[in-house]
Design a protein around this ligand. Structure first.
Ligand code: AMP
Ligand code: ZN
Length: 484
């Protein structure tokens, strides 16, 4: 039984899919005008764990992720420039090339972090006609209006606009857009916009956007889509409406996801998604990590300092996804050591032969094995509690009551969710047959209660650089320096 925290109901709920055995999952993707920072990547790691947890719980997951390659302005509230055109200017490239370059870089980051590539990766620019269709629907249902500069969604027409962030906008209707100004003094907003919170569905290629490079023709003239409409159009095209789970970082709750809900539910008169999940922020010691402030770290920065990207994955999973987490290089160092140690354990376990397994004790160790499996699965099923799952992993790795084979089976199975790549860890150098022979001889002496002779052989094996551990199912031998 999988329980997930739903931002919409502000409760942990038992997950029930719309269609038995299947899950439609929509995860908001990157704006590809720059490298992803490790804060963004924290959110993608959380979403990867979610997908893997769903799979582990027997669901077939269809995951869709948009790629924002047009229309996301430098402020989420429709102010400033299009981030893509800004990035393109910075790099003296076309916005198309900029998007292509950073999409590739983003997918490479996902791979390095063992994040599964979503089944559908959908760039906004490939879904412009769907977005136009959706805006037309919003006009037909009375939610959209046009000004000389843009097309907007009228939030006063949508009942319960602030339901996701638990904000009552009805009391705010007095905040009409009379001043024509918003936020920073230098930014002049559209004076014809009805309410401050109304958001753009379509920007016309006029005034501040008259030189906008990426543009399409539409019933409202040349222009380009607003940021939020792409997710509504792409999710309904690829997952239908409603679908099961929609995710993103917590910063998406108040604006982006609130607007997606207004658009999709306004257009189709039915819910957009049943469960809304949000990952908390990764912070720097000085505050939120953000591309716009310039205070951010990328995966490439970590690699330059010779960190394995998976050490970052380990660091992230040490905190629950709904807890804010502060990044420091010291903490990353700790995570790298811990992961290295785990990989050494896995390498040793892979190379540890089981000698003369004693069948009689199997049932009792089976019980311990099963309880470890249960402990891990319950942690993950409890709203993806990765810190508890990691604690189970360490206990199992250090439990002398488990055989090497069982330990390895547990660690490999846990790794299907945690994604540290244990399967690819190469086994330590195999134990040479001459050593194995000594261990077997010693085991015979031990069974015949000839303990002096058994001890002499143990000392010989020790002297050759190998240790014998007497596990319940028989002795195990490993190289001295590969001990955990
Ligand atoms: P963006 O590329 O800005 O559209 O953001 C991509 C994803 O990263 C979104 O789901 C954001 O909510 C998320 N995000 C942005 N900043 C952070 C942060 N500091 N920590 C965690 N997630 C973040
Ligand atoms: Zn989105």
């Amino acid at each position: 039984m999988l329980k997930l925290y739903n931002t919409l109901t502000r409760k942990k709920e038992i997950f029930r899919p719309l269609v038995k055995g299947k899950v439609g999952l929509y995860t908001c993707g990157p704006t590809v005008y720059h490298y992803a920072h490790i804060g963004n990547l924290r959110t993608y790691i959380f979403e990867d764990i979610l997908e893997r947890a769903l799979t582990r719980n027997g669901y077939e997951v269809k995951r869709v992720m948009n790629v924002t390659d047009v229309g996301h302005l430098t402020s989420d509230a429709d102010l400033g420039e299009d981030k893509l055109e800004k990035g393109a200017k910075r790099e003296k490239k076309s916005p198309w090339d900029t998007a292509k370059f950073y999409t590739k870089a983003f997918l490479a980051d996902l791979k390095k972090l063992n994040i599964k590539k979503p089944e559908c990766v959908a760039p906004a620019t490939k879904y412009v006609s769907e977005q136009i269709g959706l805006i037309e629907r919003l006009f037909a249902r009375g939610y959209a209006y046009e000004t000389p500069q843009a097309v907007y969604f009228d939030i006063s027409k949508f009942a319960n606009y602030g339901k996701l962030s638990n904000t009552n906008y009805a009391n705010r209707k007095a905040r009409m857009n009379t001043s024509g100004r918003h936020g920073r003094a230098e930014v002049v907003e559209d004076p014809k916009k009805r309410h401050r919170e109304d958001f753009a569905l379509w920007f016309k290629r006029v005034e501040r956007f008259k030189h906008h490079i990426m543009h399409w023709s539409s019933p409202w003239g040349l222009g380009f889509p607003g940021w939020h409409i792409e997710c509504s159009a792409i999710s309904s095209a690829l997952l239908g409406q409603p679908f099961d789970i929609h995710t993103g970082g917590v910063d998406h709750i108040a604006v982006h996801h609130t607007n997606e809900i207004a658009q999709s539910e306004g257009a189709y008169g039915k819910p957009l998604a049943r469960y809304w999940m949000h990952g908390e922020f990764l912070n720097m010691s000085g505050g939120k990590m953000a591309k716009s402030s310039g205070a951010f770290v990328t995966l490439a920065d970590m690699e330059k300092k010779r960190f394995d990207p998976l050490a970052y994955r380990y660091f992230v999973l040490g905190a629950h996804y709904r807890t804010p987490l502060t990044f420091t290089w010291t903490a990353l160092h700790g995570a790298a050591n811990a992961l290295e140690k785990l990989k050494r354990i896995v390498a040793t376990l892979k190379a540890t032969p089981q000698i003369n397994a004693n069948k009689k004790t199997r049932t009792s160790t089976d019980k311990i094995y099963r309880s470890y499996m249960k402990r891990f699965n319950e942690a993950i099923a409890d709203d993806l509690n990765t810190p508890r799952a990691l604690a189970a992993l360490w206990s199992a790795a250090n439990d002398a009551k488990l055989t090497s084979k069982e330990k390895l089976a547990l660690l490999l199975s846990y790794d299907e969710v945690l994604g540290f790549g244990f399967k690819e860890v190469r086994k330590s150098a195999p134990v040479p047959p001459s050593i194995l022979k000594l261990v077997e001889e010693r085991e015979l002496y031990r069974r015949n209660k000839q303990f002096d002779k058994a001890d002499t052989l143990r000392a010989r094996v020790d002297g050759l650089g190998y240790t014998i551990a007497d596990a319940p199912s028989g002795p195990e031998v490993r190289k001295e320096n590969s001990k955990s």
